[in-house]
Structure formats: C-alpha cells, structure tokens
Design a protein around this ligand. Structure first.
Ligand code: HEC
Length: 155
C-alpha cells in the first residue's frame, strides 16, 4: 500500500515536471503564478454567473467557491512571486511587472484586501444570490487593482 502510494506520487511528480518543462521551456514560478490566477478566475466566475442569473444559484457550490477564494487568497505565494521572473527578464512569457518588487509596492496590501473581501464574501455566499453580487464587488476590485498596477496592460 505504502509502496503503491510512493509509486503513484512519483508518477504525478514526473508528469508535473514534464508538463512544466514541456515545449516552451516555461519558468516554473510563472507557471505556478498563472495557475494560481486561473484558480481565482474559476471560482470567481462560478459566483459571478450565479449573481448575474446566468446559472442557477446553488448554496453548496456558492459556498465552496467562496471558501476556495479564501483559501487561495491566504496561501503563501512567496515561492512564485520572485525577483527575476518578471517580464523585464522573461519577456512575453509573463505579464508580471518589475514594480511589484519595489519598496513602495502595494501588492501585499492588495493581497490582504483580497483576503478580507473573500472572507466577507464567504460569510454570505450561502445565504442566496442577492448577497453574492454586492459581496463580489470588493473581491473584483482587488483583482483589478493589482492587474492595473502590476500586470502588463491588455492594450
Ligand atoms: C497581487 C496582485 C494580483 C491579485 C490580487 C490578482 N492578480 Fe491576477 N494577475 C496578476 C499578475 C501580475 C498577473 C500576470 C501573471 C504572469 O503573467 O506571470 C495576473 C494574471 C491573471 C490571469 C491570467 C493568468 C494566465 O494564465 O496568464 C487571470 C485570469 C487573473 N490574473 C485573474 C485574477 C482574479 C480573478 C483575481 C482576483 C480574485 C486576481 N487575478 C487577483 C496579479 C494579481
């Protein structure tokens, strides 16, 4: 049983390594950073679609998505927000701007704002779609604030 677990774990690690090394020789910090963002997006969309009435409100799914946002926003991301992995060094592979590592960077504060907004959202997410919309506002505002300041703009 133990051996099986070890074997299947090494299979997962081997797959993960070949994926991140695959094709374009991706920087692992960039891959992890983008994956973290994709998880934010996925969970936010579940709630956004319910709040807009695009999908039917589902108490358990809403609560799970909000709880995931709390978990994601309180995870340490220090391992993949590292100097040397911005678009100044890596070019088009990443949209992270070097300003994020300057002394006056507000990224940490925005991250804390996102965590607080996610906690507030999780407190009401299970009560119905009416509460979800307004509680999503500050969450989305934190996402946008960081993208405006520290992500290469869309245009
Ligand atoms: C602390 C700053 C910060 C916060 C907070 C933040 N983002 Fe981002 N986001 C970034 C940066 C920087 C990038 C570019 C990452 C890269 O290219 O390496 C990014 C990229 C993305 C991407 C594109 C990922 C990809 O695959 O290229 C999505 C989607 C995204 N963010 C969604 C969100 C959502 C949704 C939230 C809020 C729940 C959020 N982000 C909060 C800074 C932030």
């Amino acid at each position: 049983m133990k051996l099986l677990l070890v074997l299947s774990l090494s299979a997962i690690v081997a797959t993960a390594t070949s994926v991140s090394a695959g094709g374009h020789g991706g920087n692992p910090a960039v891959t992890a950073r983008k994956a973290h963002m994709q998880l934010y997006q996925h969970n936010l969309m579940i709630l956004g679609n319910m709040a807009r009435g695009n999908t039917e409100y589902d108490t358990a799914a809403a609560q799970a998505a909000a709880d995931n946002l709390v978990s994601l926003s309180t995870l340490s991301q220090a391992g993949y927000w590292i100097p040397g992995t911005t678009n100044a060094e890596l070019g088009d592979e990443t949209r992270l701007l070097p300003a994020v590592f300057e002394a006056d960077s507000t990224a940490r504060q925005i991250g804390a704002d996102l965590a607080a907004a996610s906690v507030a959202l999780a407190a009401v997410a299970g009560t119905g779609p009416e509460a979800v919309g307004p509680a999503l506002g500050p969450v989305g505002a934190a996402c946008t604030a960081c993208h405006r300041a520290y992500r290469v703009s869309d245009n």
